[in-house]
Design a protein around this ligand. Structure first.
Ligand code: ATR
Length: 267
């Protein structure tokens, strides 16, 4: 019997994770089955319990359950605790270990796939919700010279920044006159194809604009290019890299992400 894994979300039918993990399994010779699992909005914990009781070994967790996954974990990694969100569950005996590989996925996509050196650079993180919270600690670990969190609701940025030493919070209009090497869109504005109210001129020469949304040229990416960003990337690489880290946590084997990312890009 192959070991069973799942991605649990609502909705979940659109998820690319089953396809990605099936590729990883073939590539590394791991005998696993990975399925999408729809949980009712008020039934996440029960869905996890049923999957575990049926022999599930681990699961990825996607919207809107990452905070709840954090709450049901009996042990948290440092990065999951910092994010207050879990995207990877590991079932071992009676224990439910919760980890978060999203930030690792972003950092790895920047470094390995996009050739972007985070050390010493000035980073602007737009957004202060769950997506932003998940990447702050891994970004800081790469030693940027500055990390600024800007958000429409400035108080939320202040609360998020307050949990980390040396991180500044502000509103978008406060950024006028500043420059950044890396601007990351961690807001959900792009889901309605809205651009961000960023002041003109914040993209330094050679800068990279990164949208965590994936699969298309987003309003933020177009806005960034028009305003002088040297490059704009979507979050598809982050998706594949966070999946690879989850796979490693479960199986102890690191898949080669490059062919999987190329195949996804090719559609
Ligand atoms: P997620 O878990 O995906 O981060 P969230 O917690 O609802 O979702 O956070 C959404 C983020 O997108 C927030 O930073 C939100 O800004 P506010 O805190 O001010 O609400 C941001 N956001 C959503 N729509 C936006 C828009 N049209 N313009 C700017 N920011 C937006």
């Amino acid at each position: 019997m192959p070991d069973r894994y799942a991605v649990i979300g609502n909705p979940v039918a659109h998820s690319k994770s089953p396809w990605i993990h099936a590729r990883f399994a073939v590539q590394t010779g791991q005998d696993i089955v990975y399925q999408p699992l729809l949980a009712p909005k008020d039934g996440f914990a029960a869905t996890v319990e049923a999957f575990r009781a049926a022999g599930g070994r681990g699961a990825n967790v996607t919207l809107p359950f990452k905070e709840e996954a954090c709450a049901i974990s009996t042990r948290l990694s440092e990065r999951a605790r910092a994010a207050q969100a879990v995207n990877t569950l590991i079932f071992s005996g009676s224990e439910i270990r919760g980890d978060n590989t999203d930030g690792y996925g972003l950092v790895r996509d920047l470094a390995a796939n996009l050739g972007f050196a985070i050390a010493g650079c000035r980073i602007l993180l737009a957004g202060a919700g769950g997506a932003a919270r998940g990447v702050v600690l891994p970004l800081l670990a790469e030693r940027p010279s500055a990390l600024v969190i800007a958000n429409r609701t400035v108080d939320k940025a202040r609360v998020l920044a307050g949990g980390f030493a040396g991180v500044r919070a502000c509103g978008y209009s406060d950024l006028a006159g500043e420059g950044f090497d890396l601007v990351i869109n961690a807001t959900s504005a792009g889901l309605s194809d809205a651009a961000l109210p960023l002041p003109r001129g914040i993209f330094l020469a050679g800068s990279l604009a990164y949208d965590m949304v994936y699969g298309r040229d987003t309003a933020f990416m177009r806005q960034a290019r028009a305003d002088g960003a040297a490059r704009a990337a979507d979050g598809l690489g982050m998706l594949v890299e966070q999946a690879a880290e989850s796979f490693f946590l479960w199986r102890g084997v690191r898949p080669d992400t490059a062919p999987v990312l190329s195949a996804l890009r090719a559609g």
